[in-house]
Design a protein around this ligand. Structure first.
Ligand code: PLP
Length: 493
């Protein structure tokens, strides 16, 4: 047999990656570009004036056959990408929940891509798995959940709710893992309960897991948009007497519309009595518990079976990173663990393989950014930032309450303010007020100085200001209030 030939060979091109010198050169340029981008954000509109199709039209619809120089690719950040962007990192981005990354998170994302490990098993990425365990446990301590809670990082709260509800289904003992749902005459309808204000991801989890939209009962809320525990209890009793099987109650800490906080302390004993799983979606609101004097937001969650906190929503970890905590990891594991031969590890139970706790096999090294962000800001630094947001939202709520032409449409327990303009001439005319506020929001957003979004609360169109971006500080909130008032005066004519 011939000896392997020496390379390179004249007839075989150089393959592989950029060479290290090119990497260094362009890498420096990328870091400089990011620094300039973040530094210059205040001078840009929050939402670039782009129309559907505009970005795609700037690039060829066929892939380049030949290599393009990195210089040309990076030049297109300014020519193609930025003009089509809604800048979530912008300090005047006050829309939805204003998820924002941070410099330590940016560094970690780049490093995670460089390692490019697949953390499916301990062996595949020992450091990634162990640091995930550590960083998640730090977060547990920071939000004040008891030590019995174990946690795992996934991409988002939507997936984590699917996992939480799948564990609930497993705990119900109806053998869905083995026997499935279809074609089973022995199995009555399984029921999940959530408030009318729960996030649509709970509906999607119910659809995904075979509860169906008819298996998700929406429980009414009180006048602060919190689930009414008595109504939950009644619904469970009704379902049981009709032969249905209650499986899980979902409480929300920080609902998407108004940030209302379900009374978990009252819901937990009901779940305990009924023997059903309690899943808490604290995707946004859980972050407030890093502020020691606001630990109360998670009151009762120590009794929950699973709790979601999304550091990518309000703890300055770049999208995507959501943590699912559970006090019953064995149940989650039983729902999903399945080890093909090629992933078997002789270490057996002595190591934890995170593929056993969910649907996806592959998992990227997300925890690096959580670890970096917690270290770079410290628990106290994160608490100070979140506290500042809570204070600023409280101030804005006060200004709105004191103004005769505006009213709040919901309490402000966290850092989102829901309000509308109420010009006296439209008083009592719901349709006209909705139309007026829709026009007001459009006008506020029109010039790109600020970006606010809306919700509808009991049929009333509400403008939402979300104060949870890392770079959003007091002057931005003051300026937003000025812009809101001036714009309202403008449209009032
Ligand atoms: N839960 C709540 C309360 C939310 O507000 C959202 C999104 O805003 C989600 C869940 C879904 O989060 P994710 O985008 O991480 O799936």
């Amino acid at each position: 047999m011939a000896e392997p030939r020496e390379t390179p060979e004249p007839d075989r091109p150089e393959l592989g990656d950029l060479d290290p010198e090119a990497f260094r050169l362009h890498g420096h340029r990328v870091i400089d570009w990011i620094a300039d981008y973040l530094e210059g954000l205040e001078d840009r509109p929050v939402r670039e004036p782009t129309e559907p199709g505009e970005t795609a039209a700037k690039v060829p619809d066929r892939p380049p056959a030949d290599p393009e120089p990195m210089e040309a690719i990076l030049d297109d950040l300014d020519r193609v990408v930025v003009p089509g962007m809604t800048h979530w990192a912008h300090p005047r981005f006050l829309a939805w929940f204003a998820s924002s990354g941070s410099a330590p998170g940016v560094f970690a994302e780049a490093l995670s891509a460089a390692f490019n490990v697949n953390g499916m098993t301990w062996l595949a990425a020992p450091a990634a798995n162990e640091l995930e365990e550590v960083a998640v446990d730090w977060l547990r301590q920071m939000v004040g959940l008891p030590e019995v809670f174990w946690g795992i990082v996934n991409e988002g709260a939507s997936l984590n709710s699917v996992l939480g509800l799948a564990a609930a289904r497993e705990a119900a003992g109806v053998e869905v893992r083995e026997r499935g749902l279809a074609g089973r005459e022995d199995l009555p309808r399984l029921v999940v309960y959530a408030s009318e204000h729960a996030h649509s991801s709970i509906d999607k989890a119910a659809i995904t897991l075979g509860f169906g939209t008819e298996g998700l009962r929406k429980i009414p809320v009180d006048d602060a948009f919190r689930m009414i525990p008595d109504a939950l209890e009644e619904a469970i009793a009704e379902d049981k007497s009709a032969g249905r099987i209650p499986v899980c109650a979902v409480g929300t800490v920080g609902t998407t519309s108004t940030t209302s906080i379900d009374p978990i302390e009252e819901i937990a004993p009901i779940c305990e009595r009924e023997g059903i799983w309690l899943h808490v979606d604290a995707a946004y609101g859980g972050a407030a518990a890093v502020v020691p004097e606001r630990r109360d937001v998670l009151a009762g969650c120590e009794q929950a079976d699973s709790v979601i906190v999304n550091p990518h929503k309000w703890l300055f970890v770049p999208i995507d990173l959501s943590v699912l905590f559970t006090r019953r990891p064995g149940v989650l594991r039983h729902a999903f663990s399945l080890v093909p031969e090629y992933l078997r590890d002789a270490r057996g139970e002595t190591v934890e393989n995170r593929m056993d706790y969910g649907i996806t096999l592959g998992r990227r090294f997300r925890a690096l950014k959580l670890w970096f962000v917690i270290r770079a800001f410290g628990a106290a630094g994160l608490a100070d930032r979140v506290r500042d947001h809570l204070d600023l939202a409280g101030e804005l709520a006060g200004w709105i309450d004191a103004h005769p032409r505006f009213e709040r449409l919901a309490p402000t327990p966290l850092s989102v303010v829901c309000f509308r303009a109420v010009p006296p001439e439209l008083e009592g005319d719901r349709a006209a007020l909705n139309d007026y506020n829709e026009r007001l929001l459009e006008a506020i957003d029109a010039d790109g100085e600020f970006f606010l979004t809306h919700t509808r609360i009991e049929g009333r169109f509400a403008i939402r200001v979300a104060v949870n971006g890392l770079r959003t500080r007091a002057p931005h909130v003051r300026e937003a209030w000025r812009a809101i008032r001036e714009t309202e005066r403008g449209i009032a004519g």
